[in-house]
Ligand binder design. Sequence first.
Ligand code: C2O
Ligand code: CU
Ligand code: CU
Length: 462
Amino acid sequence: DGGDMNMGGQPVPVIEGNFNRLLPIPNTVSGNTTLAAQATTANINGSNISVLGYQANDILGPAIRVNSGINTNINFQNDLSEKSNIHWHGLKIPANMDGHPAALVNPGSSFNYQFTINQRAGLCWYHPHPDRATGRQSFQGLAGLFIINDAEEAALNLPTGIYEIPLVIQDKRLTSSGITYNPSMGEVMSGYMGETIIVNGEASPYTEVATGFYRLRILNGSNARIYNLALSNNADMIIIGNDGGLLKNPATVKSVLLSPGERLDILVNFAGLTTGTEVFFESRMFDNGGSAQGKQGFKIMKFIITQTIYDSFTLPASLSSVNAISPSSSSKTRNFIINAMQMSDGMNMTGIHRINDKIYDTYRIDENVSANAIEIWVFDNSQGDEPHPMHLHGVHFQVLERSGGRAQLTASENGWKDTVLVMPRETVKIIIPFSTLTGVFVFHCHNLEHEDDGMMLQYQLT
Ligand code: C2O
Ligand code: CU
Ligand code: CU
């Protein structure tokens, strides 16, 4: 590229497929299982291509489904030709089981991830986390869902079985033989995006539905792409949960942003639609996404109504007990400036994405936090031009306030979160109740190119 290369990165246009391949549903396993990271092949968009997977012949790992309270024993077998590990995104587990970027498993070796599920129902997920290789290994395929169930959730009688559909939304850069991952300088700035949207490992899929309520459990498992999710018939989407489980009350929206790492639990109702009707799940254009995001609307997948049923499901007005943490209970406020450095000619092309002007260093503890402390952390992107989905390991938090940019909290930012989107010009304040799980955890931008570029720090809980 020449001297006038756009340092802000360019949008990568999505190319929609034909929506004529069936949506796969990930196979489900218990918390006592083996995940074997391996080079394998998967059939995507009609071609068998090389991918990395946690099981043979699939790009997506199995969905681990457990009840709250159980102990896991997950044997991670590293059959890759490079070091890797597994991070359990959203799980509140001890630091030595969390998949820290330096806690790696050698090729040909294995590690048992054993922990107790000490949290309420929710949709978590797992992916590799090796320092400076998280983006590449994840983009090549390594990812899977981790679903926790509990009694509070069961009592709501939410749509289940075929009426509960997990949707892992990702963008990939496909060739006839595999998945390309070679970010240019501009793509380190914007994050690496793909032209093909896959859901549960298939490009532009469809699924058949009946005229009732469906519970869609959605993960944005993309490296960098933010989606503005909506239904093509502009039907309501009822948000019932997010990263940390059920909301206190349902919230009805027409569209909702979902950034990398975030999850959504939404109900949609196809009642009243005639057989043969097609409704697309789509991503709409949005403002304020920096130079590379939100510039295009596109379809993600298709629902076809094929059956008329009578559905007696009624939505409870109250879903869960979530108590707001008072800002006055915070013992400390920490501020984090998260804008990228301004580029100038001749600058070193790595380490541009920083937090408080620091890039990640395994040997440096950036923040010391006391066990059981409640703290307010502020992510300040007020001078920045790029979106940053900020994620903390080891905790769930509540979002207190957003100033600048959208200047308010969204319907999906109630309840408990582990990742929060900070758009250009925004400052977002969160409140975090730390646990007694002492040790070293990371926090970082979940745009994985930003993370691998160094936009990650460590806190130590003591
Ligand atoms: Cu899903 Cu540290 O990440
Ligand atoms: Cu995480
Ligand atoms: Cu970022």
